[in-house]
Unconditional design. Structure first.
Length: 473
């Protein structure tokens, strides 16, 4: 397997394996070699067990020789965020408070990936308890962006994004409570999908998705192509008893003609948090590409986004802090700087009372209804994924269009859709002046992942082939 094969899509790798053009063992060895060579620079993987990987690959090869029916991912190497259970692997979620914790069994989504033939390479780095938009912790240190090692790969699924962008993994799984799939995908120049809560089961994720957090936190696929996103989504989607939001929604096929009959709305910014000029250009490029193909695309920005941003913090920040506090109390000296920073923000506010949480929940339902009614006319939205491209390690504010953008504000473009429970995908669509990738976000109504992916696929097709980071390409 030559070096260029590392950047093939998971779909193409599996297709070559089915054609016997390459063996699963060759593919596994090549990816393990690449991990050995590049992971020291990137710090994407935190637990990769080569012998276990090769054992899976040999089993995949035996299945081919026996003439077994092969799944859509047969032999394709994938990775999993270290907050999701993978049997025999570390599941520490970046915290010393779970140091050395080994998952006893696979999360349902991991079991589904294995059943589809995927070879699990290992688990990837995340910030402590996933509470940051960059990846750094006291167990393993920080993950670097393959486009520029002085910059973050994002968070909290930063290890996943870096591994996939650099060709260490063909695709994988992250989680997202406030942009944690989409922001790293945007920073690293790959694709990511935040599904509707319950569409892919979050069972086996730590911290456990429950209570008010279940409304905003999800697990979802990350990959270099939209077709791989779609394939991973279709394999992982489906009911599971352990997910409180799980619903028996079948995967549907959506044809391009359906999308062509819809109005697609787009907006460059929210009128509050400015975005870079290159980000505006990427959104306009996406809108123009669809318009030139005959799609109905109009400028439209829903009302209520600022209310959604404020309410999101009531769930992610205030309620999230309360959920984590029993685990953290008494262990302050063991916490990473990023988690101490998050805890400082949440402790600056009074804990929720029953009355304040109820008010936030009712407010969430009200703004959700308001925006859904507007999306009857525009069932698909295109907008920025974040205000800025990948930032340098440790930065906390940026000057954008003459205005200071602070850390918590830069990701509001993702946070709205966690609060609302809408599916949203990110697709690379441009570059900054420094050559950093810029993604755009495609958003749909709840349970309409198939529509989101169809629009994303069309944008990808019109954009042209995916480009690898020069550092590792």
């Amino acid at each position: 397997m030559t070096s260029k094969h590392h950047l093939l899509s998971a779909r193409e790798i599996a297709a070559q394996i089915r054609r016997k053009a390459v063996s699963p063992v060759e593919v596994a060895r090549a990816h393990l070699d690449r991990i050995e060579r590049l992971n020291p620079k990137l710090n994407a993987f935190v637990d990769c067990q080569p012998e276990a990987v090769l054992a899976q690959a040999r089993d995949a090869e035996k299945a081919i020789l026996r003439g077994d029916e092969l799944g859509p991912l047969h032999g394709a190497p994938v990775s999993i965020k270290s907050s999701i259970d993978v049997a025999g692997h570390l599941c520490e979620a970046g915290t010393r408070l779970r140091a050395g914790h080994i998952a006893a069994e696979d999360a349902p989504l991991v079991a589904r990936l294995r059943a589809a033939g995927a070879v699990i390479l290992g688990v990837t780095n995340a910030p402590e308890l996933l509470m940051a938009w960059e990846t750094d912790n006291l167990l393993y240190g920080r993950t670097n962006n393959p486009w520029d090692l002085t910059r973050t790969a994002g968070g909290s699924s930063g290890g996943e994004a870096a591994a996939i962008a650099a060709g260490l993994s063909a695709g994988g799984v992250g989680s997202d409570g406030g942009g944690s799939i989409r922001e790293p995908a945007h920073f690293c120049g790959i694709c990511g999908l935040k599904p509707t809560p319950g569409r892919i089961p979050s069972t086996g994720h730590f911290p456990k998705s429950g209570g008010p957090f279940v409304l905003i936190g999800v697990v979802g696929p990350m990959a270099r192509t939209v077709e791989d996103l779609r394939m991973l989504f279709e394999v992982m989607a489906g009911w599971d008893d352990g997910d409180p939001c799980s619903a028996p929604v079948e995967v549907r096929e959506v044809h391009e003609e359906v999308i062509r009959s819809m109005n697609i709305g787009f907006f460059e910014d929210d009128g509050r948090t400015p975005v870079t000029k290159e980000t505006k250009s990427a959104v306009n490029r996406a809108a123009s590409l669809l318009l030139s193909c005959g799609f109905h695309v109009e400028s439209f920005r829903p009302e209520g986004l600022e209310q959604a941003r404020r309410l999101w913090w009531e769930f992610f920040g205030r309620a999230g802090g309360m959920i984590l506090e029993p685990l953290l109390r008494g262990h302050e000296s063991e916490l990473s700087p990023l988690l101490r920073e998050f805890r400082g923000w949440t402790n600056a506010e009074p804990p929720h009372t029953g009355e304040s949480l109820l008010a936030a929940w009712l407010g969430r339902d009200e703004v959700r209804e308001k925006i859904l009614l507007q999306m009857r006319k525009y069932p698909v939205l295109i907008c920025p994924a974040a205000a800025i491209p990948a930032f340098r390690h440790g930065e906390r504010e940026w000057l954008v269009e003459g205005k200071t953008v602070k850390y918590l504000d830069a990701w509001s473009y993702c946070e709205w859709f966690n609060l609302l429970g809408f599916p949203a995908a990110v697709v690379p669509m441009g570059y900054s002046d420094e050559g950093l990738p810029i993604g755009v976000q495609i958003v749909g109504r709840p349970w309409q992942e198939e529509i989101v992916l169809e629009v994303a696929a069309k944008l990808e097709e019109e954009r042209g082939p995916w480009a690898a980071p020069q550092l590792v390409g």
